[in-house]
Design a protein around this ligand. Structure first.
Ligand code: FPP
Ligand code: K
Length: 540
């Protein structure tokens, strides 16, 4: 543990001496922590920021406490059985995390009765985390398929368990879980026609979605609906029973969604759950994911959001010395925001670096790529992109828009449970759980990879672009590299992934986790498989 003197030193770092004319400029720039010989850890991650607000409040006090619990982990000082590399970064403890996650999929202790309605979430969190760790989750196919079946309602959608009301979040979690275990028997559980009717009943005249019948309308509803519609390739037409139905074919499931998302951007630049509420990182991810499904994200994101202000807000979520992200202004870092906030950056980077070619407009289909596109769908898609700002109007992201090193340090140093228990967590002192394991690893995956967008699916360069075949294979996962034959011509954008190789790599090569699709948050091959399966079906 850090001594009190060391902690004092950190709290009041000595004022940097003004550089003497003959001092080495390189030395000034890279000031490694000299108190821990052998470990190369920049001061940024071992000291308090040089500028501090002297006003002490409840908020600043908990922030200081958080830094105090994180610093020893970041400085390579504890716990003793963490094996730190020369950068002061511990290994990813795969074996323990895998064991923890398998346990979470088994029988849980009685106190988990409070989480009964979240059972679909436990499936998704564990299956997704295991997949990112390289585990084969098809062994769960049968049990997940049967569990999902028991959660489905005849009136469409999935509840948190048998005889529970269908909810957008539990339905999203079940659909993703079925996609993760994969296979026709899993996909076939979904009653797509009932699902479509149920989604229509949740669609609101202002463009958004309620999360359940008579429930609240928020941006989670919009994102979950877009993911479900896209993965299951549901038609966009509205049923006459839908609250948003107009009768003249001018409105469909995607109409007004982008505008609803626009209304959720706040004065801070971040995104709130509903218009006129507080910006929160979880909703920023929902906003970007949702827009990315409505059209090529290089068009839809800059058309509906003030991207520079959003980037400023997202960047302000990353703290030093912790390196991790907070969910909102004046709150604490939490490992789960590695995904909710960290997962926004690859999406934005891809948009800025691969703007859609101005000539290639929409091909007339929904961005969700649904196959039975109707005239209404096309007109909604056109309406969704009526304002056509593209990312070509914004400067490219020449460098990473966030500190990948900082996030990786926070995750590997502070978010791994250091006991035999395993699993990943919010911050030191908190218990690991399935939710944090999933989203900490999702964030790690975002830090480990970079995504590129190709708006013209027919082009033969949709495969991972890398001169290093091993790196390309690693990025593609065990299913092998994605060839152009996988590109779905009706998708608004084709995503390609590369391992992120720029800058200093502080983690060990074997610790790179599998990539997940930046929008669906499951591996790209799983997305292709389920969408490919439903593409072949006529109607329902
Ligand atoms: C604040 O919690 C948290 C929120 C306001 C939103 C949380 C929502 C999600 C994590 C996921 C939504 C997305 C989908 C797809 C369902 P807090 O006050 O405990 O935490 P904080 O202090 O870090 O803000
Ligand atoms: K929290």
């Amino acid at each position: 543990m850090a001594t009190t003197q060391q902690q004092q030193q950190r709290r009041h770092p000595p004022a940097p001496a003004s550089p003497s004319p003959d001092s080495d400029p390189v030395d000034e720039e890279i000031a490694f922590d000299r108190r821990l010989p052998g470990l190369m850890i920049p001061d940024l991650f071992t000291q308090l920021p040089p500028v501090r607000d002297p006003l002490v409040t409840a908020t600043s006090a908990v922030q200081d406490e958080t830094v105090d619990v994180c610093l020893p982990f970041l400085a390579g000082e504890c716990p003793e059985d963490f094996e730190y590399n020369e950068h002061g970064v511990p290994r990813l403890d795969r074996a323990r995390h895998v064991r923890f996650l398998h346990q979470c999929l088994g029988k849980l202790p009685g106190r988990f009765v409070a989480a009964d309605a979240s059972r679909p979430w436990f499936l998704y969190w564990c299956l997704s985390a295991l997949t990112m760790l390289g585990e084969d989750v098809t062994t769960y196919r049968e049990s997940v398929t049967e569990t999902a079946r028991s959660m489905q309602n005849d009136t469409g959608g999935f509840g948190g368990g048998g005889r529970q009301l269908s909810h957008m979040a539990t339905t999203y979690a079940v659909v993703l879980s079925l996609a993760l275990v994969g296979g026709e028997e899993a996909y076939e559980v979904v009653d797509r026609k009932a699902m479509w009717r149920w989604l229509c009943s949740l669609k609101q005249p202002d463009g958004g979605f309620q999360v359940c019948l008579g429930g609240e309308e928020d941006i989670r509803g919009a994102y979950c609906a877009a993911v479900i519609i896209s993965l299951l390739r549901l038609p966009l037409d509205l049923t006459p029973e839908s609250p948003a139905y107009t009768g003249d074919g001018s409105v469909n499931l995607f109409t007004g969604v982008a505008d609803y998302v626009r209304r959720c951007q706040t004065f801070e630049g971040g995104i709130s759950g509903q218009p006129n509420a507080e910006a929160h990182g979880a909703y920023a991810f929902c906003a970007l994911g949702c827009l990315a499904l409505l059209d090529h994200p290089g068009r839809s994101i800059p058309s509906y959001l003030d991207v520079p202000r959003l980037i400023a807000w997202l960047s302000s979520r990353q703290y030093a010395p912790e390196g991790g992200f907070s969910g909102r202004t004046n709150k604490l870092v939490d490992g789960c925001y590695s995904h909710w906030v960290g997962g926004c950056f690859p999406l934005i980077e891809a948009c800025l670096n691969n703007p859609p070619s101005s000539s290639s407009g929409r091909s007339g289909s929904s961005g969700g790529g649904e196959s039975s596109t109707t005239a209404a769908a096309s007109s909604a898609a056109a309406a969704a992109t009526a304002a056509t700002t593209t990312s070509s109007n914004l400067p490219p992201a020449d460098e990473s828009l966030f500190s990948r090193e900082g996030l990786i340090r926070y995750i590997l140093c502070c978010c791994q449970d250091e006991t035999k228990r395993g699993g990943l967590r919010d911050k030191p002192g908190k218990m690991s759980d399935a939710y944090h394991s999933c989203y900490v690893l999702s964030g790690l995956s975002s830090a480990h990879h970079q995504w590129e967008l190709d708006g013209e699916p027919e082009k033969p360069d949709a495969r991972p672009r890398s001169n290093d075949p091993a790196a390309a294979a690693a990025a593609a996962g065990p299913e092998g590299p994605s060839g152009p034959e996988d590109a779905e011509a009706e998708e608004a954008a084709v995503w390609a992934v590369l391992p992120y190789l720029d800058g200093l790599q502080v983690f060990d090569n074997g610790d790179r986790v599998r990539p997940i699709h930046p929008v669906y948050a499951i591996p790209q091959p799983s997305v292709r498989a389920i969408r490919g399966d439903f593409a072949e079906r006529e109607g329902f």
